[in-house]
Design a protein. Structure first.
Length: 107
């Protein structure tokens, strides 16, 4: 074994040194390819055409209008102090009605 040189910086002392992998690192590296193999879920963005069963029946303008109105209802409910609610869907003749009911059952 040779002499240890003095007055070296930290960078110079660790030059050429390779750390041995730990068991945890080895297990994580073995698991990484499995994570990468899974497909990532597709996220819808505004410019993309949205997919769903309602696309068959509704035009894009009707969908946009409905989303806008639902957001307005949500904001109105929030102003009334109702933040937890559910939406009941029902049909009356040729109409589809959406009722927003507080989750605790009070109207």
């Amino acid at each position: 074994m040779g002499k240890i040189p003095r007055n070296l910086s930290d960078k110079d002392m660790f030059k050429g040194w390779q750390e041995e992998p730990t068991i945890e690192e080895t297990m994580l590296q073995a698991a990484e390819p499995k994570k990468a193999a899974r497909p990532q879920p597709k996220r819808a963005t505004a410019p993309e055409k949205r997919e769903g069963a309602y696309q068959t029946y509704l035009s894009q303008d009707a969908i946009d209008t409905m989303e806008k109105l639902l957001l307005e209802i949500k904001l109105d409910l929030y102003k009334q102090g109702i933040s937890d609610y559910r939406v009941n869907v029902r049909r009356e003749g040729n109409k589809i009605l959406l009722d927003h009911v507080p989750a605790d059952g009070k109207k």
